[in-house]
Design a protein around this ligand. Structure first.
Ligand SMILES: Cc1cc2nc3c(=O)[nH]c(=O)nc-3n(C[C@H](O)[C@H](O)[C@H](O)COP(=O)(O)OP(=O)(O)OC[C@H]3O[C@@H](n4cnc5c(N)ncnc54)[C@H](O)[C@@H]3O)c2cc1C
Length: 384
């Protein structure tokens, strides 16, 4: 008789969930994905995919099908609220030369490699009961209005920063989510800022707030507002567009800010959220493991969330393959292997957040000097 294959339930069809599913399938498991949304999301915001993420995508076998949008010859301009500009230093010019992609590009490449892995949309876990032989998960199908219990060998929570699996198995969000007192709003522009070449990026960064325009090779840039906020709850009491006009509306002499605010008014889709690290003492129990933002949300300031999600899914499959029949050992080895990458990037966020929204005037001043220095270097390199 053929031995029965191990079954894994993966909650969340984002980057971490699909990467995990693909790797588990490669090592002979039967993964099933459940996703809360009624259908697959597309598009998304600018992402810099760094070497760690690139290598993971290669090993998963998806990199060749990943549509990248890195501008061939780009410059980044630091602008100020008076409309002045000088050469700056953008994310794509940093060490590691990341690929410019949209979040949806990575998800599309993973989606194209899911093969026969089943995915159930509109389905969420509502209860988890871990036993020695299996983990029982109650799954609610929102469209059908039904709920039933199924048994798996492994439950993977890849359901993002506000993970339901984390809440059901590890404890309430407040215990693990560390607010950074900052907000973001990301959306796709329809047109580049007037008088700016299509492949150039812009950054306006002042004490407590910034605007970024990220260029892409084959479509209009995406925009990112990020600002400091003492009262995070208050940010959600009014429509996002109104809140952002309140935070940036006083910058009257910058054509770039005016343009992006006009486009914001017409944007159909935008991501408006608070910024939180997720810090946990352990990412796994006996048969449940968290991967990606659910376990370690590094925030956009790290520039490494997508890469870490890909690495996490890949490494989980690797660890299970190397410890056949010993899931607790595999999960322990996996966690030990992932910790250094996560620790390094969570530590870096404490500084990097000031690149995005400087905490005070002195930091804003130092940041400007650093960016001008980086800009001069980048400019010299390009003219060589
Ligand atoms: C503006 C912005 C810019 C960023 N820039 C970068 C960058 O430059 N480089 C980089 O590497 N990273 C970047 N990141 C971070 C990166 O996007 C994330 O780290 C990554 O997408 C997280 O993937 P994930 O699969 O862990 O979680 P998510 O993308 O949050 O996916 C979770 C999935 O689970 C589903 N889900 C949620 N709850 C449930 C439930 N109860 N049941 C079933 N399904 C559920 C969700 O619908 C979603 O599909 C950025 C993030 C933002 C917001």
């Amino acid at each position: 008789m053929k031995p029965q294959r191990s079954r894994a339930l993966i909650v969340g069809a984002g980057i971490a969930g699909m990467a995990t599913a693909i790797r588990l399938r490669q090592i002979g498991w039967d993964p099933v994905i459940v996703e809360r949304s009624p259908e697959r999301r597309t598009g998304g915001y600018f992402i810099g995919l760094y070497p760690e993420g690139r290598e993971a995508a290669q090993r998963l076998g998806v990199y060749d099908d990943l549509h990248t949008r890195t501008p061939q010859r780009m410059r980044t301009w630091e602008i100020d609220s008076e409309g002045n500009r000088s050469r700056g230093f953008g994310l794509l010019e940093r060490p590691g030369e990341p690929d410019a992609v949209l979040r949806g590009d990575i998800e599309q490449a993973l989606w194209d490699h899911l093969g026969d892995i089943p995915i159930r949309f509109g389905t969420v876990p509502t209860a988890v009961d871990e036993g020695p032989e299996s983990v029982a998960v109650a799954l609610r199908d929102d469209a059908a209005g039904t709920e039933r219990i199924e048994h798996f060998d492994l439950l993977v929570g890849a359901d993002g920063m506000r993970s339901t699996v984390r809440g059901l198995v590890f404890g309430p969000h407040e215990r693990f989510m560390k607010p950074l007192s900052r907000m973001i709003c990301a959306f796709q522009l329809r047109e580049q800022v007037p008088y700016v070449p299509p492949h150039d990026g812009l950054v306006l960064a002042e004490t407590g707030r910034s605007l970024w325009v990220f260029p892409l090779e084959d479509r209009a840039p995406t925009a990112l507002f990020t600002y400091q906020a003492k009262d995070i709850d208050a940010q959600f009491t009014r429509p996002a567009k109104e809140v952002l006009r309140g935070v940036y509306g006083d910058i009257r002499h910058s054509e770039a800010v005016a343009h992006v605010l006009r486009e914001l008014d017409d944007a159909d889709e935008l991501l408006f959220d608070s910024v939180n690290l997720v810090e946990m003492p352990a990412w796994h129990t006996g048969r449940t493991v968290l991967v990606g933002d659910a376990a370690w949300c590094l925030t956009l300031y790290s520039g490494m969330g997508a890469s870490a999600g890909l690495c996490g899914g890949l490494a989980l499959g690797d660890a299970i393959e190397r410890q056949p029949g010993n899931l607790p050992a595999a999960l322990a080895v996996w966690e030990e292997g992932m910790r250094p990458l996560v620790r390094k990037n969570q530590f870096a966020v404490k500084f990097k957040r000031h690149i995005f929204a400087p905490g005070n005037d002195l930091i804003a001043h130092l940041r400007r000097r650093l960016m001008h220095h980086g800009g001069r270097q980048a400019s010299r390199q390009q003219t060589r």
